[in-house]
Design a protein around this ligand. Structure first.
Ligand code: GFB
Length: 267
């Protein structure tokens, strides 16, 4: 509230959240639920009280039901339980959509949401335990090369993900803030054809580092959700010419950024 009083924003991009990769979610489902419910209620209510004209919040494709026909689309959000591994985060994120609808039906607010797939890029959280797969792999690749040790990929490497570069997501969110006036959510994703396995993503990281050593799979670690393939047809309807950065290029830029900023990077 104090921040809203001070800056009196007219437009808000709400990205505040307790986040983490699969392994942090597995350990703290309750905290993820409680913390994100509080953050979201606080931010949306502050937007309402201060007469914010537009608020764009961020969900995640892990909020979608686990058992669903693919590709997932925006209308599926509340169609069944999310994957067990991150139920706390997933239900809290779904409630953002419920609140957006409530603020609209009761108070006529234009609060909406974007649902990105797995985001990565410079300035990510590269922590080995808590972070997401790509930044974790980028950090591990760096250490494996430096210390001449094997590069360890957790799980079998077979789960599939649509990775979106943070700079591309930023462009989508700004477009939504300026041009999209509907309350219903918008998936922000690369195409279904650009979905890759964790193994393929790890191989891109290996190439980006120029790592030539041994690659090992630690199958004692969980694979998590096998896939959550999302359709970007709605986004494409509005932005048919939007160009996503190719995943391999985006990974190379992220690796270059991490090496250059190793001392200060969040890790
Ligand atoms: O990005 P990630 O942690 O989360 O990816 P999710 C997990 C997948 O990558 C699993 C494999 O198949 C892991 O076995 N993996 C391989 C690794 N090496 C690593 C590694 O070094 N670190 C990590 N973290 N994984 C999260 C949700 O799911 O997605 C969150 O739990 C969130 O709620 C986020 O929404 C976008 O894609 O499985």
């Amino acid at each position: 509230m104090a921040l809203f009083e001070k800056h009196k924003p007219t437009h808000v991009i709400h990205l505040a959240a307790m986040v983490g990769g699969l392994f942090r979610n597995l350990a703290f489902n309750l905290d993820f639920f409680r913390c994100n419910m509080k953050i979201n209620d606080n931010v949306l209510h502050a937007c309402f009280v201060h007469g914010v004209k537009k608020c764009v919040s961020c969900l995640s494709t892990c909020a979608f039901p686990d058992k669903i026909t693919y590709p997932i689309n925006e209308l599926n959000l509340h169609d069944g339980p999310p994957h067990d591994s991150n139920f706390g985060f997933a239900y809290a994120k779904r409630m953002l959509d419920v609140m957006n609808r409530g603020y609209n039906s009761q108070h006529n607010c234009t609060f909406t949401s974007v649902i990105p797939t797995n985001v990565f890029g410079p300035h990510d959280n590269f922590n080995l335990q808590d972070g997401h797969a790509l930044p974790g792999l980028v950090h591990k690749g760096y250490l494996a090369k430096k210390e001449n040790k094997p590069f360890v990929i957790w799980g079998t490497g077979s789960p599939r993900r649509q990775f979106i570069y943070s700079l591309d997501l930023a462009r989508v969110i700004i477009w939504v803030l300026r041009e999209y006036d509907d309350v219903s959510p918008m998936i922000a994703s690369v195409g279904e054809e650009d979905e890759v396995s964790i193994k393929e993503a790890a191989e891109m990281v290996v190439r980006a580092h120029g790592f030539k050593g041994k690659i090992v799979y630690d199958t004692s670690k969980s694979d998590g959700q096998f896939k959550k393939t999302a359709s970007n047809a709605k986004l494409r309807k509005y932005l048919p010419d939007f160009k996503f950065t190719p995943t391999e290029k985006a990974i190379q830029e992220t690796v270059d950024w991490f090496i250059k900023n190793y001392e200060t990077a969040r890790k």
